[in-house]
Design a binder for this molecule. Structure first.
Ligand code: IPE
Ligand code: IPE
Ligand code: MG
Ligand code: MG
Length: 332
């Protein structure tokens, strides 16, 4: 299955070769595992994710001493922990498709998926240990903690129609931006940037992460989206009770709220009902308002990128914003 964003990232010339190296590294790791664990890991880890987070790490590490061999364990660690979080997220979301393949809990069972995710989470720290750098381990532990906290808060706010925008931003900052931030920060640390630059990289990761998740939530409500390219089903957020930003906005419309409330209480809605709900949300101003928020955070990311030291690093980070903005077309 061809994925637009992945191929767009390859337009960053140096990444084409180095993401190729990362794929080889992940494949060697997968091949070193036996049995069911091997089959389960290969069905997700090497099934063709967009590799956005490791790309960010490599970009942020870009300087004249750039050494891909040194950076690979960290880039792999980021992709592995991200994949682990998706495996666990798919159990909670009861999602059957990930990266165009059947999810692990659907192919095997929940317990298997839980342990495959745990195995990958743990491996992240083995890889990072090789740097003998306490700061890197601290940054990653904090990020992992935040990610889990965000997923936990999402679980606890399912079907809560009274949550506001602030609650939403806090959750997505934790569950999504945490890994974007740590990717940028570790890239910076491994290339020896000063502390002010580390903090700018963190801010950049925060804004890009927020806009990335806003757009992912837009794609999920778009029946006409080319979301199949993402290898995951449309409408799964509402189906499983997640009130994302488009719904937060749409629920401010009384007519929409009255009509939609019974469906939120009902669980799960049928495919026909889901189709009706997605068509209904498209008649409100929620999609446009959500898109505006996406561009607001994207602008903040670009402004922050301008402050980041290193000509190549800065240019590539601005290119990342451009690529993610092109992806926003999918949420139209
Ligand atoms: C999916 O992340 C989870 C979100 C934060 C929306 P990606 O869209 O980066 O997923 P892959 O890695 O390409 O499969
Ligand atoms: C991101 O949120 C999941 C994690 C950060 C683990 P989503 O639930 O929107 O991701 P998808 O849509 O399932 O990929
Ligand atoms: Mg999900
Ligand atoms: Mg999603």
């Amino acid at each position: 299955m061809k994925r637009k964003v992945y191929s767009s990232f390859n337009t960053l010339d140096f990444l084409k070769k180095d993401i190729g190296r990362l794929e080889g590294f992940l494949k060697d790791f997968t091949d070193s595992i036996d049995g069911v664990l091997n089959l389960a890991v290969s069905s997700t880890l090497t099934a063709g994710g967009k590799r956005i987070r490791p790309s960010l790490l490599l970009i942020c590490a870009r300087n004249k001493h750039y050494d891909i061999g040194h950076l690979l364990p960290a880039a792999a660690a980021i992709e592995i922990i991200h994949t682990a979080s998706l495996i666990h997220d798919d159990i909670i979301d009861k999602s059957i498709l990930r990266r165009g393949k059947r999810t692990i809990h659907d192919t095997y069972d929940k317990d298997t998926a839980k342990f495959v995710g745990d195995f990958l989470f743990t491996h992240t720290f083995s890889l990072l240990n090789s740097y003998h750098n306490r700061r890197i381990l601290t940054e990653m532990s904090e990020a992992a903690k935040c990610l889990v906290k965000g997923e936990f808060d999402q679980l606890n706010t399912k079907k809560d129609i009274y949550q506001d925008e602030e609650v939403y931003y806090k959750k997505i900052d934790e569950k999504t931006s945490s890994l974007f931030k740590v990717s940028c920060v570790i890239g910076g640390i491994l290339s020896g940037v000063d502390e002010a630059t580390v903090q700018n990289l963190r801010k950049f990761g925060e804004y890009v992460g927020i806009s990335f998740q806003i757009n992912d939530d837009l794609i999920d409500v778009d029946i006409n989206s080319t979301s199949k390219e993402e290898g995951k089903p449309v409408g799964k957020d509402f189906k499983h009770g997640d009130i994302t930003l488009p719904f937060i906005f749409a629920l401010q419309d009384k007519k929409f709220k009255n009509e939609i409330e019974p469906f939120i209480k009902k669980s799960p809605v049928s495919d026909k009902e889901l189709d009706y709900i997605l068509r209904l949300i498209a008649t409100t101003d929620a999609i446009e308002r959500t898109r505006k928020r996406f561009f607001y955070y994207m602008e903040k990311a670009k402004k922050t990128a301008e402050l980041i030291k290193g000509t190549q690093r800065r240019a590539c980070l601005l290119k990342v914003c451009e690529i993610i903005e092109q992806r926003a077309g999918l949420g139209k």
